[in-house]
Ligand binder design. Structure first.
Ligand code: NDP
Length: 490
């Protein structure tokens, strides 16, 4: 029997009553103004310009950060170039020691980092505390282990570092993306200039403090804050030998065009429109948890989010019933509350993008479902959303929404599932839910996606490579594969 919206909300209320459980912010000191991290210390920006970073859950200003201009970026790249010579020559086991130290400091300061990540970006504290920060530390820990074993990573070859890496990261996993970029670069002996996203610069500023605490040689890591213009100055600087970018496909293409013919190495980790495919023999309750984790984790601000649910027609009705009931138990609200499942949307611009795409879904004829849900008055919020009656041609089935919005499509045969799953310009990830191991392998062989999860979703591990096909970019991050873009092999 299908539940109405009201019935499922009532059920949720009966089952769970939670008192507020906010994480304390007393131990966190956010400075009112930040400079740029260049040559091992915080310096005033040449531009003399700053911009505010706000808490998207209440729109309150948290701090002012510097906007690096051409002179600032040049200073950062020069500092990195100067540091590179001695860093690359340092005994690899000593390089490893610095990277281990960074990992330990991230662990020591994990509560503070989790709170800052949540305040600056809007994600639930339980996610920053249990996923972002531990995984960031794990990345440094893992790559520290490789620093003195590069010749085992590339047998019979001689790996050499490239020089200065210019790295630009997005706002969905600020510290984790920083770790994905900086850890392999340093392990391989490169120096870096990193630009965090405009809306989430604060955990990178804390990371600058961690570099100083770890007594990392000055200039090995430089962090320049700013908007897209600053990012473009970093990637096009003539002394930058390697560019690593995570963000939208649109900006990825711009960067590719801007540096074509310069000889710079490039890795791009771009958008996605992943299919999460549920077969009729799948354990449905487990699959529902995987679907929820796949699209509502981090408000759907996840490049590998399972934003298209492909469900076998024979089980569509019971699965959707269970899913709707589960949606009504998700708690949306204060990201600092330990019970919160859905936090704030990262920015006003992102909220408007989500709203626009959801409107297009309604206009094109899809059926919208949202559980009853009270949105806070201030800040940027969007309820967990599910669309049924979706055709493959609709924008909500084709474009990356990057929000808590799931499009449900159905299929009858495995071949149809493969065809629909691959019918996208992207190819970052996919999920398969079935009881049969043979079907998992059959599907995994046919998915044009960098990662295929089986009976789970959104699992990350520093030892495992991650990256895409087609418009999701190229190159791999994580694992031994993640070292390759940072070395030249002779
Ligand atoms: P962008 O691709 O614009 O941002 C990613 C990073 O690139 C940010 O640090 C940004 O700076 C920087 N940047 C912007 N323009 C340039 C440029 N010309 N040269 C170099 N760096 C640049 O993503 P948005 O924040 O605009 O998000 C738009 C959409 O992109 C989202 O709705 C989502 O669909 C997708 N996206 C995908 C991500 C992924 O992981 N695959 C991550 C983020 C977004 P600044 O922050 O200052 O703009």
């Amino acid at each position: 029997m299908a539940l109405t919206k009201k019935q499922s909300a009532e059920l949720a209320r009966q089952e769970f009553e939670y008192a507020p459980a906010p994480e304390s912010i007393d131990h966190v000191k956010i400075q009112p103004r930040y400079g740029l991290f260049i040559g091992g210390r915080m310096v005033e920006p040449h531009s003399k310009k700053r911009f505010p970073t706000i808490n998207p859950a209440n729109e309150k200003k948290l701090a002012e950060v510097a906007e690096a201009d051409e002179v600032d970026v040049d200073r950062a790249v020069k500092a990195a170039g100067k540091a590179f010579d001695s860093w690359a020559r340092l005994a690899p086991s000593r390089r490893a020691r610095y990277i281990f130290r960074i990992s330990r400091l991230i662990q020591e300061r994990s509560r503070e980092l989790a709170v800052v990540e949540t305040m600056d970006g809007g994600k639930p504290i339980k996610e920053s505390r249990d996923v972002d920060i531990p995984l960031s530390a794990a990345h440094f820990f893992y790559y520290a282990g490789w620093a003195d074993k590069l010749e085992w990573a590339f047998p019979n070859r001689k790996p050499r570092p490239l020089g200065v890496a210019g790295q630009v990261i997005p706002w969905n996993f600020p510290l984790l993306m920083l770790a994905w970029k900086i850890a392999p670069a340093l392990a391989a002996g490169n120096a870096v200039v990193l630009k965090p996203a405009e809306t989430t610069p604060l955990s990178a500023m804390l990371f600058a403090e961690i570099c100083m605490q770890a007594e990392l040689p000055p200039g090995v890591v430089n962090i320049v804050t700013g908007a897209g213009k600053t990012g473009s100055l970093v990637v096009t600087h003539p002394d930058v030998k390697k560019v690593a970018f995570t963000g939208s496909t649109e900006v990825g293409k711009l960067i590719q065009r801007a540096i074509a013919g310069t000889g710079k190495k490039l890795t791009l980790e771009l958008g996605g429109k992943a299919a999460n495919i549920v077969f009729e023999d799948a354990p449905l309750d487990q699959a529902v948890e995987g679907i929820v984790n796949g699209i509502y984790f981090n408000q759907g601000h996840v490049c590998c989010a399972g934003s298209r649910l492909l469900v076998q027609e024979s089980i569509a009705e019971p699965l959707l019933d269970k899913l709707k009931r589960r949606l009504s138990t998700l708690r949306l609200g204060d990201p600092l509350d330990k019970n919160t499942d859905i936090g704030a949307i990262n920015s006003k611009a992102q909220l408007e993008k989500i709203q626009g795409l959801v409107e297009s879904g309604i206009e094109e004829g899809a059926e919208l479902y949202q559980p009853e849900c009270v949105l806070p008055e201030r800040g940027f919020w969007f309820p967990p959303t599910l669309f049924t009656n979706v055709s493959q041609s609709y924008r909500i089935a084709r474009e990356e929404i990057f929000g808590p919005v799931l499009s449900v499509l159905t299929f009858r045969t495995p071949n149809e599932a493969v065809e629909k799953a691959n019918n996208t310009p992207y190819g970052l990830s996919a999920g398969v839910w079935t009881d049969k191991g043979s079907r998992i392998l059959w599907m995994a062989e046919r998915m044009r996606a960098g990662v295929v999860w089986a009976n789970t979703f959104n699992r990350f591990d520093p030892t495992s490579p991650f990256g895409g096909y087609k418009e999701s970019g190229y190159g791999r991050e994580g694992g031994v594969h993640g070292l390759l873009p940072y070395v030249e092999l002779t």
